[in-house]
Design a protein around this ligand. Structure first.
Ligand code: RAM
Length: 483
């Protein structure tokens, strides 16, 4: 642990501000009956329920199940059927005893919630349970809400939902999702930071997160994929090829936004280290093809081959490192030679001339993820990149994005290659598709072609307020603001 960096992270730890929300009750419930309380918007915070009894003096504890749902669809889900590989521990539900009535039951856990469903498992024949009211104390480190933007009602709604998504994920760190995993992930941070610069401008929170990743890098300089902060700051024991490299871009973006030379100087050596570490995954100038789930992220599609895309992220990150080093007048010739070699090899190994698309792995798989990252890496010029994206759209068997994270990169690739109008349409169709389905905040996963898709083996653990989906607010302000 680098304690100097940890100290710098803690120095800018934010304070949370609280909001108070109440839904009035009055429902009288017998065994097996349920009541649902709707807070009319998504909240992150601590619920409490005011209970009393009706009838004779209570002669047995009441046994209650509370369920906390981010969306209306979740209310009808049978969570007992969930058997996926992500822990059931993330299910937002609790069974509690009420030994004394009346009482105010305060839930200890922080919940991401719009609806609270209360189910009475047991009372006794002598009494019924009354729910008088339900309250939530919400928390965030986002400053005051800011004005929405957009050219029409649909865009304004998308922006409002995106702003809400970001502010709900702004806690002591930029969390990936307040339901799950409630912690700092690098890929999510990068998009949150970009959106933050256009909106809340809570730049110290980005600084804190950069230092948390730097503080927890191991002795070789490996940056972890995510950082825990409770009970104390600690790295996850795994890294992902692309996320570690994107530390460089996150630092570069932060520096360009703030001009904070001290932070950039502190963290530059670690940024360089990410390229050095990533180079170990190359045979000559070609990246290895690894089968291990999670070695490189790109997207949550389980069929996605990551080989070619990983090389594109490497080129993208190395080019960003060159820009960062140039800001400090540091020699970049080694990196420039390397970028040229890796780009040439990528074209030789992964570019299918007949199809005019990049392919990945032994199966020569064509995907959005691979091609989008080559567009972002600017291995070809904008005109050719634009043609690649057009051909990709026509290629019906291409592996499609399943997360707003990948869709962010698709929109950025469209904008960078001169197709901003198409990018804007994607925002309207894709993020708007979630709004059409009732989203108060944007989701972790959304595949309009297969809404039930889950890489986790079940939707019960899905997060419906997920950091990496906040970037419409970045695009709408940075590229489409009405001037
Ligand atoms: C999910 C997390 C996070 C993401 C990783 C790769 O489980 O929620 O958002 O960055 O996967």
């Amino acid at each position: 642990m680098n304690f100097d960096f940890l100290k710098k992270a803690e120095e800018v730890k934010p304070k949370l501000t609280a909001g108070f929300h109440t839904v009035t009750g009055g429902q009288i419930l017998s065994e097996k009956e349920t009541a649902v309380y709707d807070f009319r918007t998504h909240l992150v915070g601590y619920p409490k329920i005011y209970f009393s009894s009706i009838g004779a003096h209570y002669d047995a504890p009441a046994l209650i199940k509370g369920r906390f749902c981010e969306t209306a669809q979740e209310l009808d889900e049978d969570t007992s059927l969930y058997n996926g590989w992500i822990s059931k521990g993330w299910l937002q539900e609790e069974i509690i005893h009420l030994d004394e009535l009346p009482c105010v039951y305060e839930f200890k856990r922080r919940y991401a919630v719009r609806y609270i469903k209360v189910e009475v498992i047991a009372t006794s024949p002598k009494y019924k349970l009354k729910i008088d009211k339900v309250k939530i104390k919400s928390v965030t480190s986002a400053p005051e809400q800011i004005a929405v933007c957009g050219k029409d009602k649909r865009e304004k709604t998308i922006d409002k939902v995106a702003l809400k998504t970001l502010s709900e994920c702004m806690q002591y760190e930029f969390e990936d999702g307040p339901k799950r995993d409630m912690r700092l992930w690098l890929g999510d941070l990068r998009l949150q930071a970009l959106t933050n610069y256009q909106t809340y401008r809570h730049n110290d929170l980005v600084k804190r997160c950069l230092y948390l990743f730097a503080a927890t890098a191991d002795d070789e300089g490996n940056i972890s994929q995510c950082v825990f902060t409770k009970p104390e700051v600690a790295p996850d024991d795994a890294s992902m090829f692309d996320y570690s490299l994107l530390f460089i871009s996150t630092l570069y973006d932060y520096f360009k936004e703030t001009g904070d030379k001290q932070t950039a100087t502190d963290l530059l050596p670690l940024a360089e280290k990410q390229i050095e570490i990533a180079r170990e995954r190359f045979n000559g100038d070609e990246i290895e093809d690894c089968a291990r789930l999670g070695w490189c992220f790109l997207d949550w599609s389980l069929e996605l081959n990551k080989q070619a895309g990983a090389q594109a992220v490497y080129i993208y990150a190395e080019k960003t490192l060159i820009k960062l080093l140039k800001e400090f007048n540091i020699d970049t010739s080694d990196y420039e030679n390397d970028v040229a070699l890796k780009s040439a090899k990528a074209i030789e190994s992964f570019y299918d001339k007949e199809r005019g698309l990049f392919v990945s792995g032994k199966q020569r798989q064509i995907s959005y993820a691979t091609n989008v990252w080559y567009v972002l890496a600017e291995v070809f010029n904008a005109k050719e990149n634009s043609s690649i994206l057009n051909r990709l759209k026509e290629y019906k068997d291409a592996v499609k994005p399943v997360t707003p994270y990948m869709m962010h990169h698709y929109v950025q690739a469209l904008i960078n290659s001169g197709n901003a109008c198409d990018g804007r349409k994607v925002i309207s169709n894709y993020w708007g598709g979630m709004v059409d389905r009732g989203a108060d905040t944007f989701w972790e996963l959304f595949n309009p072609d297969n809404p039930d898709e889950s890489p986790y083996g079940g939707k019960a653990v899905h997060s419906y307020c997920h950091a990496w989906s906040c970037s419409p607010s970045y695009f709408l302000r940075k590229y489409f603001a009405e001037k």
